[in-house]
Design a protein around this ligand. Structure first.
Ligand code: UGA
Length: 438
């Protein structure tokens, strides 16, 4: 018989995991302390934008394989394997991650575990957290046979469903053959499809996640550092990236230069990793991550400078169309969004900023009510003296320079994601500046 699953935490990671496990044939209960979120999920509504997820949620909540609750007691009674999928955001004013939601989830679940069960941490945590949570389970769970495993998640927002159903790899940090067996059953359909499994210890499993995100962040900052050099010598970073990416050892992925990385994961993960390394006395080993972070932030300043060059002076009063608020396309997530950060800086410098984003408008407006917002791309462009393309939504990449040229007051554009055909835009009379391109 298949084990029953609970998924604790129903944010981007947890909701996607719960729905996808139901899609794989398991009976799943999703748990969250946020009643509003649980109500919306129970009503078949995904509380964030993730392509493909609403359809699967409807399919499985309707079909009875998936339900939602705020009761840990109910989850403990129902499930044999419990996935911990709560967030670990950056602590305000610090580099370290806030693991209080992880601790709270273990504290809330453990006292209800009266029969043998496996608890599986999926949240991204500082090394050493799993060992602490194992001790907590031993102390608080009435059943002394409850075990812990750590299996980090690698899904990307916008590709959450496909990344969960067909991940590149599964990583199991564990302490017993029984735990491995449980995980091999819980991920049975994914393993059967040929997904490689790495079985290891807790510390390695925790580290795989943060080192993978650190590598990705480093790759992006590497190409953005090359963009800085290209700007000085008049070279083209997009051609450079294409050329070095053809070397299989380097690879073409994650070499898109531009405004840099943001979101709820890469920025806070490299910072939390540095903070943890400091605590562990190995800060020096990760000192390069500080540079990775700084290169990343410098791109925002550079994008703003390029806009100033096009305007021929400072920003006060300038009407600026900001295209994109989400940290990347196909997401409504504005956490640590480079685009929204640039928009807010322009606004604070006195520019008349009008933002349009296909999905992130509500989130952006809540975070920055002081900025201007437009209901459509056309409305954002109308009368603009400068256009800043900051998130590469398809709608923006596909703009016809001649058609949109008729809407703006001045044909000035900063392509901060290197996605426009510069020659075509210039031929249509636009002054175009891009990061790392002549
Ligand atoms: C990232 C990782 O890619 C996932 O594997 C991981 O599971 C996830 O974090 C997490 O820790 O939960 P995500 O934050 O959804 O996923 O976004 P990415 O697709 O990695 O993009 C991150 C940022 O890098 C975006 O702002 C994107 O615009 C930027 N980026 C990405 C570039 O600037 N250049 C690139 O070549 C690629």
């Amino acid at each position: 018989m298949l084990p029953k699953l609970s998924v604790i935490g129903t944010g981007y990671l947890g909701a996607t995991h719960a729905v996808c496990m139901a899609e794989l044939g398991f009976d799943v209960i999703g748990v969250d302390v946020d009643e509003d979120k649980i109500k919306r999920l129970a009503a078949g509504e995904v509380p964030f934008y993730e392509p493909g997820l609403p359809e699967l949620l409807t399919k499985h909540s309707g079909g009875g394989k998936l339900r939602f609750t705020t009761s840990y007691e109910e989850a403990a009674e129902f499930a044999d394997v419990h996935f911990i999928c709560v967030g670990t955001p950056q602590l305000p004013g610090q580099l370290a991650a806030d693991v209080s939601q992880v601790e709270a989830a273990f504290h809330a679940l453990a006292p209800h575990l009266t029969r043998k069960a496996l608890v599986v941490g999926k949240s991204t945590v500082p090394t050493g957290t799993a060992v602490r949570m194992e001790a907590l389970l031993a102390e608080l769970a009435p059943c002394k046979d409850v075990e812990l495993a750590w299996s980090p998640e690698f899904l990307r927002e916008g590709f959450g469903v496909q990344d969960t159903l067909r991940p590149d790899r599964l990583v199991f940090g564990l302490h017993s053959a029984w735990a491995e067996q449980q995980l091999r059953v819980a991920f049975g359909p994914i393993i059967a499809a040929g997904t490689p499994v790495v079985v290891t210890d807790f510390a390695t499993a925790e580290l795989v996640k943060v080192s993978a995100n650190s590598f990705l962040a480093t790759k992006i900052s590497f190409i953005n550092a090359m963009a800085e050099v290209c700007e000085t010598v008049g070279a083209d970073v997009t051609a450079l990236a294409a050329a070095i990416g053809l070397d299989e050892r380097i690879g073409k992925h994650f070499l898109r230069s531009g405004l840099g990385f943001g979101g709820g994961c890469l920025p806070k993960d490299i910072r939390a990793f540095m903070a943890r390394a400091e605590e562990l006395g190995v800060a020096e080993a990760l000192s390069f991550l500080r540079e990775v972070d700084e290169i990343n932030r410098r791109r925002r300043v550079r994008a703003i400078d390029l806009g100033g060059e096009l305007l021929g002076g400072p920003y006060p009063g300038a009407r600026i169309a900001v295209l994109g608020a989400a940290f990347k396309p196909d997401s409504d997530d504005i956490r640590d969004s480079p685009s929204l950060d640039v928009a807010a800086t322009l606004g604070s410098q006195g520019a008349d900023v009008v933002i349009y984003d296909p999905k992130a408008m509500d989130n952006a407006r809540r975070a920055h009510p002081e900025l201007g917002y437009a209901a459509t791309l056309e409305e954002a462009l109308a009368g603009a003296e400068l256009t800043m393309l900051l998130t590469e939504w398809r709608e923006f990449v596909a703009m016809d320079p001649e058609a949109v040229g008729g809407l703006v007051a001045k044909r000035n554009i900063v392509d901060a994601r290197n996605v426009l055909d510069a020659a075509a835009w210039r031929a249509a009379g636009w002054q175009l500046r891009a990061l790392g391109r002549p």
